[in-house]
Design a protein around this ligand. Structure first.
Ligand code: FAD
Length: 529
């Protein structure tokens, strides 16, 4: 044990485990003698584009923005940096929808992954649906947006089993975290559906990996926060796609009934009875009273009805289960069967009587629903604002404590703009060999996502204070949570985040990215610049 500990200490020292976003310095001149030099842009317009992200809370300008034509271009850049006497950071930029500067590379080069899919190069989304028998899968470039992957697979009547709520994220970007959504209770996160990856390591080696081939790198890269390699291709399992979706929101006044019903619903792992998609939302009373009078889901009449519910009972919070049931539109019998199935299911749930809100949409409309919200928010000028998000995984056994301490105490009288998600997932659908971490206790944990939008400087400060108060409460109450899309600013923070996995992370980092050049914006290891 002592030998192992000293070994890890040496590795940690070599990797200089101190978080940092500081640094800068010119890139080595020789870089501009490489064949890829014409695609490395150092002009202000280019570097400015890569100097912030969706969160709009961190800024750092790289030395250059690189537009690769092929994965081999990326390998050449990384090989050059890692073997240089003056290595520099390299950060793949997917669609830049991180919240806390995870794509930034001060003093280094940001790789515009989306450039791989541009131009007249080989098609980088290829669906394999030959024959009537599964397995069906899609080979998608790491730079591809999920919306494009979904559209390509739907042409074959197939779809990824799990989609994030928002599809304008890249394959590499979500697989570097986990990729969760309302289908994860049944199929696990997106990383659980990956059969194979092409990864470029921190030494510039191009490696194909899977559960049976180079499995160590495969598991490391999935949920690996970009620390062990750049994902340039993922082979993702597919299932049959439905044509249409019955989409409901059910309102609850009691958190106990809300969580009890959610947990009962996710126990059902087969698709022949329950919902195919389950999420949940929390609405603070003041956001209902003072927020928009209609949304992309709720009409003016719906909101008026919900305000009535909140006023009558003096509630501080309303909860919604969001469920979706898939069906095929071929033939009235099937439509009737779907309706009966929905009625039977709703009959078993304890939402407020009469508070069922429903829609009937195509599958692609359902999957791409957040795009409609984006359109509305953009036109109101509140999409490109700071987003001090806090995403948490909370063990089932402590979710009521969380509700009492956070929603009914810290946010009791607040009216922050944004959205709160809260829905459970089954832990046994997560493969612990992958890098992502989940709470260690309980077989079920909740994703609680505080998705704030700050509309003024005061809001930013207030929301930072609120988030800090939430974290302090979680620590004090010993909730045993994990952050999702984690953000830690100290080595202790990462150590606590990864727990027993941390020593393995250090060994893997030393093996696959010994110069610690990859994705420095995660602030896990000190980057060389
Ligand atoms: P980026 O922000 O560009 O990159 C993220 C990180 O991954 C960076 O560290 C980057 O260096 C690294 N990276 C990027 N590409 C690669 C690659 N090819 N190989 C290795 N590392 C790479 N997440 C969910 O799980 N479920 C949701 O429902 C969900 N909804 C969201 C809705 C919105 C509106 C937003 C803004 C985010 C949402 N997210 C959700 C979070 C999202 O999945 C992550 O922020 C994701 O990383 C963003 O993808 P991206 O392509 O923009 O990645």
């Amino acid at each position: 044990f002592l030998i192992l500990t000293s070994f890890l200490c040496v590795l940690a020292a070599q990797l200089q485990l101190r978080p940092s976003m500081a640094a800068a310095g010119a890139l080595p001149r020789d870089l501009f003698n490489l064949g890829i030099a014409s695609r490395i842009c150092t002009d202000h317009n280019s570097t400015a584009k890569a100097s912030t992200d969706f969160g709009h809370m961190f800024e750092a300008t790289p030395e250059a923005l690189f537009h690769p034509r092929t994965p081999a271009d990326i390998a050449e850049l990384i090989r050059f940096s890692s073997s240089s006497p003056a290595p520099f950071p390299v950060a793949p930029l997917g669609n830049g929808h991180s919240g806390r500067g995870q794509t930034l590379a001060p003093g280094g080069v940001v790789v515009d992954m989306r450039a791989l899919g541009r131009g007249h190069h080989a098609r980088r989304v290829n669906v394999s649906a030959a024959g009537d028998e599964p397995p069906y899968y899609v080979d998608a470039g790491g730079e591809q947006l999920w919306i494009d992957v979904v559209r390509a697979t739907l042409e074959h009547g197939l779809a990824p089993r799990v989609c994030t709520d928002y599809l304008h994220l890249t394959v590499g970007g979500t697989l570097s975290n986990a990729g969760i959504g309302g289908q994860a209770f049944r199929h696990g996160p997106q990383i659980a559906s990956v059969h194979e990856l092409d990864v470029i390591t921190g030494m510039g080696e191009m490696v194909t990996c899977s559960v049976t081939k180079n499995s160590e790198l495969f598991f490391a890269a999935l949920g690996g926060l970009g620390q062990f390699g750049v994902i340039t291709r993922a082979r993702i399992g597919l299932g049959p796609a439905p044509k249409r979706v019955r989409w409901v929101r059910l309102a609850y006044s009691s958190v106990v009934s809300f969580t009890k019903d959610q947990e009962m619903l996710i126990l059902d792992r087969a698709s022949d009875f329950g919902f195919d998609y389950i999420e949940g939302q929390v609405q603070l009373k003041r956001t209902l009273f003072e927020g928009p009078k209609s949304t992309t889901f709720f009409s003016y009449g719906d909101i008026t009805k919900l305000i009535g519910l909140a006023s009558q009972s003096g509630l501080s919070t309303i909860y919604y289960i969001e469920g979706a049931m898939y069906y095929s539109e071929d033939g009235t019998t099937l439509v009737d069967q779907a309706l009966q199935k929905m009625e039977a299911l709703l009959g078993q749930l304890s939402f407020e009587p009469g508070f069922v809100f429903s829609k009937d949409v195509t599958y692609v409309q359902f999957l791409d629903r957040v795009c409609e919200e984006e359109r509305v928010l953009r036109s109101a000028g509140v999409w490109d604002v700071p987003h001090p998000w806090l995403n948490l995984f909370v063990p089932r056994s402590r979710i009521l404590d969380f509700d009492a301490g956070v929603f009914k105490c810290i946010f009791r009288d607040s009216n922050p703009a944004g959205l709160i998600l809260m829905y459970p997932m089954n832990k046994d659908k997560w493969d612990d060999r992958m890098t992502t971490v989940t709470p260690t206790s309980d077989d079920v944990f909740y994703n609680v996502a505080l998705l704030w939008s700050a509309l003024s400087t005061n809001d930013v400060e207030q929301l930072h204070r609120d988030n800090k108060a939430v974290l302090a409460f979680l620590e004090k109450a010993n909730i045993g949570y994990k952050q999702y899309l984690p953000h830690h600013t100290s080595q202790d923070g990462w150590l606590q985040h990864f727990g027993v996995k941390w020593s393995k992370i250090i060994v893997l980092k030393a093996k696959y990215d010994p110069q610690a050049i990859l994705s420095p914006g995660q602030r896990m290891f000190l980057s060389p610049a």
